[in-house]
Design a protein around this ligand. Structure first.
Ligand code: GLV
Ligand code: MG
Length: 325
């Protein structure tokens, strides 16, 4: 281990995160009654400019009045390049009660963006005597944000999670796609011509791999949760699950739901299966025995396991315990 100890953000379940437009209060109670882990009430891109002021009022009232149960509650504020942002933060932190857990900051580009928000939040919390420190969720969704992701992730003690905002990221990097997440038929490889005349194969690739893998590293190196963002085609449950699974395999802890039908899919994919937990427990037992026998590595089911396997298995078992509550 390094002499640098990575401090972990407060532990929260974040398998699913539901986006709810702040301009549509009819959806608030439904979101509160859903099975989602985190709700974010949106003041940013789901809200038209003419509706921004009313949406802000709706959201403050909803934080205070709706029974959110044991869900984590977040509000996505407008970007730092808009004139809505300062009032989003001031009104929210002055008028919304301590039920608010997090603020989601979109299109973060530099560590200074986070620093500025930290300063503002710190002043308002002190002035208003807020008891609970607000945490930050940061959306990485621009080329600038992806370039500076490591400094951004380390920029504030309030940081809890990094989110991959695939739609804005595609726009910012000028990717040739108009979908919100998901694969693209033009991103693939054609196998070489085989000498035996067998037909050539075309394999689709995952055009978001680099971005998600980079985000996972920056998040984990700073004790934050990496969360995969939206998948726009909400009628394609299989497509959603495939995207969620590959994010989970890379280390993401959850994925956004832009439609209630995606909540159950995310919860399912980001909860380790019984089989995986049983296997992890067997690894822990086998390694406990190995250590008693003075061995660093042993074989289990014909495969090598060693001290690193203990840590991997512990991640799995801890996640299962967190879900069980
Ligand atoms: C989310 O905000 C996105 O741009 O994908
Ligand atoms: Mg976005």
């Amino acid at each position: 281990m390094s002499f640098t100890i990575v401090e972990q953000a407060p532990a929260r379940l974040n398998r699913s995160e539901l986006a709810v437009p702040g301009s549509n209060p009819k959806l608030f109670e439904k979101a509160a009654a859903s099975a989602v882990d985190v709700v974010f009430l949106d003041l940013e891109d789901a809200v038209a400019p003419d509706e921004k002021v009313q949406a802000r009022r709706n959201v403050i009232a909803a934080v205070n009045d709706v029974d959110w149960g044991n869900k984590t509650l977040s509000v996505r504020i407008n970007g730092l390049d808009t004139h809505y942002m300062y009032r989003d933060v001031v009104d929210l932190l002055e008028q919304a009660g301590d039920r608010l857990d997090l603020i989601m900051i979109p299109k973060v580009g530099t560590a200074q963006d986070v620093y500025a928000l930290d300063m503002l939040a710190t002043q308002i919390e002190a002035a208003k005597g807020r008891k609970k420190r607000i945490g930050f969720e940061l959306i990485i969704e621009t080329a600038l944000g992806m370039q500076n992701i490591h400094e951004i992730a380390a920029a504030s003690k309030r940081n809890e999670s990094l989110h991959f905002g695939v739609a804005d990221y595609a726009a910012s990097t000028k990717a040739r796609t108009t979908g919100i997440g998901g694969p693209n038929p033009s991103y693939g490889v054609l196998t070489d011509a085989a000498t035996d005349g067998a037909p050539r194969d075309y394999h689709w690739g995952d055009m978001w791999h680099y971005a998600i893998a980079r985000m996972v590293v920056a998040a984990r190196a700073n004790g934050l949760r990496p969360i995969d963002g939206p998948f726009g085609d909400y009628s394609d449950a299989d497509g959603y699950k495939a995207q969620a699974r590959r994010a989970a395999v890379l280390g993401c802890e959850g994925k956004w739901a832009i439609h209630p039908s995606q909540i159950g899919l995310a919860n399912e994919v980001f909860s380790p299966s019984e089989q995986e937990v049983t296997k992890a427990k067997r690894i822990l037992e086998a390694m406990a025995q190995a250590q008693k026998d003075g061995k660093g590595a042993v074989s289990l089911d014909g495969r090598l396991i060693d001290i690193a396997s203990i840590k991997q298995a512990e991640v799995m078992v801890k996640t299962a315990e967190q879900i069980a509550g």
